[in-house]
Write a new protein. Structure first.
Length: 509
């Protein structure tokens, strides 16, 4: 681009806006003066983002060419920030099909550039020896580069930022284990990069000349082993030196379960991260600086990236997390209010209580549920349910919250996801634990007309098959203890907060 066109606002399409990188890229593009359109399977999940009113949101899916065509109309730069990793064993085929559809529609629409963020692959290792995750990321990059649309394919190793899966894996392993028996990949050299630099390169790539069609390795200035990264984290977080003992027989598969045991990152996500660390992942060039110049102190060093991430965690300013993206399949499920349930079974457990507290006080308790605050009933039962979920490959209870006090539609909340929130009145959660049917938990706050409030709680379950019915009846004897105790303790917590000089009872842990 030359002359005035070099600084004219661009129309940018962002896929994956509900995910970790996409959700952070959108405000950066807006700050750079660009127009942004977001493609989302469930646009409602973007509703509560601070930038939602500044973007155009369209419903669609990268695997659905028909929905991509209108989304691409009038677009200058299309960002491809999605992957099918958690969709199951056939994710490589899904990734391939989605990339082909995206490339074809971008070319047909006359899109000026595709920008893709993939994984850094080890030098000299044949594709068939790579982990399925890295192999698929590399294949997607090739498909986009061969699309006929000028493409920038950025390749990063470990991304360090508040809420990233790599950062949380590093953080929890180091903080929780002063002595570690670790897999051999802790000795592999890695070139991590701060999420701020990733975003800077993504935004800057939008204005690359049309003759640029290639990959770029992006990384920070430090090349470290994972052991070094853990020790550096301990220093930055002011923790004692960690004793780390590598054990060769811990395979990536076994070590992913070890990571899942210690950290909130489930084995389904930890495994591709661990497999990606089997080989050295170090940048072979830094040509990106010729198109997106580095300023003073850029790219950020590893210690600086850690400090920035920890500061955001401590200040509760984590804008997106690794768990921001939905569990596949869930968005297409019906709502508990849909007419689709006519003629089917929908089990419910309803609890109501009068609460001697204002609706505002009660709502603060409801919106603060989960994460560090717990679930206000029988902590052991919730913990056991979380462990069982992780054993069968689910997300478990330890995903926590993005923000300790505030929720928005699309947020993950332990093994739930916020499906609807009407501030001061309704919080609806959809279960993302492994269940034989979809389930919801609804919490309502209503004024009683006399300055106090009424709390209504409804658990819903739609069984799939005989096993679904058997599941409900097997757990129903515990509902009085779990759901009844939950309603009672939420009411008590609101009443206690309303009473001056009294502490909230420790019922949530």
């Amino acid at each position: 681009m030359t002359g005035d066109h070099a600084h004219a606002p661009l129309s940018c399409l962002v896929t994956g806006a509900t995910g970790y990188i996409g959700g952070r890229l959108v405000p950066e593009l807006l700050a750079a003066g660009h127009r942004v359109r977001c493609l989302a399977r469930t646009p409602e999940k973007l509703r509560d983002h601070p930038w939602a009113g500044e973007v155009e949101t369209v419903r669609g899916d990268v695997t659905d060419a028909a929905s991509l065509a209108p989304a691409m109309d009038g677009i200058d730069v299309a960002y491809y920030l999605v992957h099918a990793l958690t969709t199951g064993s056939g994710f490589e085929e899904t990734d391939r099909r989605a990339a082909v559809a995206f490339a074809e529609q971008a070319r047909a629409a006359g899109v000026g550039r595709i920008v893709y963020l993939g994984g850094l692959t080890p030098e000299g290792v044949p594709d068939h020896e790579l982990s399925p995750h890295l192999r698929s990321r590399a294949e997607v990059g090739r498909i986009l580069l061969e699309s006929g649309v000028p493409t920038t394919a950025l390749r990063a190793a470990v991304i360090i930022g508040s809420g990233s899966a790599s950062f949380e894996m590093l953080r929890y392993l180091t903080e929780r284990l002063p002595v570690m028996v670790t897999p051999s990949w802790v000795s592999t050299r890695i070139q991590p990069i701060a999420v701020r630099d990733v975003l800077r390169y993504l935004v800057g790539s939008a204005r690359m000349p049309r003759d640029v069609n290639r990959t770029f390795d992006i990384g920070g200035p430090d090349v470290l082993t994972y052991r070094d990264m853990m020790q550096r984290y301990a220093e930055v977080a002011q923790l004692p030196h960690r004793l780390i003992l590598p054990v060769p027989m811990l395979s990536p598969g076994l070590s992913s379960h070890w990571v899942g045991l210690i950290t909130p990152v489930p084995a389904s996500i930890a495994r591709p991260l661990a497999e990606s660390l089997r080989y050295e992942v170090v940048c072979r060039e830094h040509d990106i600086a010729g198109h997106v110049p580095d300023g003073a102190g850029q790219p950020f060093g590893f210690d600086t990236a850690l400090r920035l991430a920890l500061q955001r965690v401590r200040e509760a300013r984590v804008t997106t997390r690794w768990s921001s993206a939905s569990v596949p399949g869930v968005p297409s499920d019906p709502l508990p209010t849909d007419p689709d349930w006519a003629g089917g079974s929908l089990y419910t457990d309803v609890r109501e209580r009068a609460v001697d507290a204002s609706p505002e006080a009660l709502w603060r308790v409801v919106e603060g549920i989960g994460g560090e605050h717990g679930w206000y009933s029988f902590p052991l039962a919730w913990a056991v349910r979380g462990w069982l979920d992780r054993l069968v490959g689910g997300v478990g209870l330890r995903r926590g919250r993005r923000d300790t006090d505030r929720l928005r539609v699309g947020d993950s909340l332990d093994f739930w996801r916020v499906e609807e929130i009407e501030p001061g009145h309704l919080l609806r959660l959809r279960a993302e634990m492994r269940l034989p049917g979809p389930a919801w938990l609804e919490m309502y706050v209503e004024p009683d007309g006399e300055g106090r409030s009424r709390y209504r709680q409804r658990a819903l379950f739609h069984p799939r098959g005989l096993f679904g019915h058997a599941y409900w009846w097997s757990v129903s004897p515990f509902h009085a203890l779990v759901f009844g105790g939950m309603a009672r303790n939420i009411a008590r917590a609101a009443e206690t907060r309303t009473s001056p000089g009294r502490a909230v009872p420790a019922v949530s842990r």
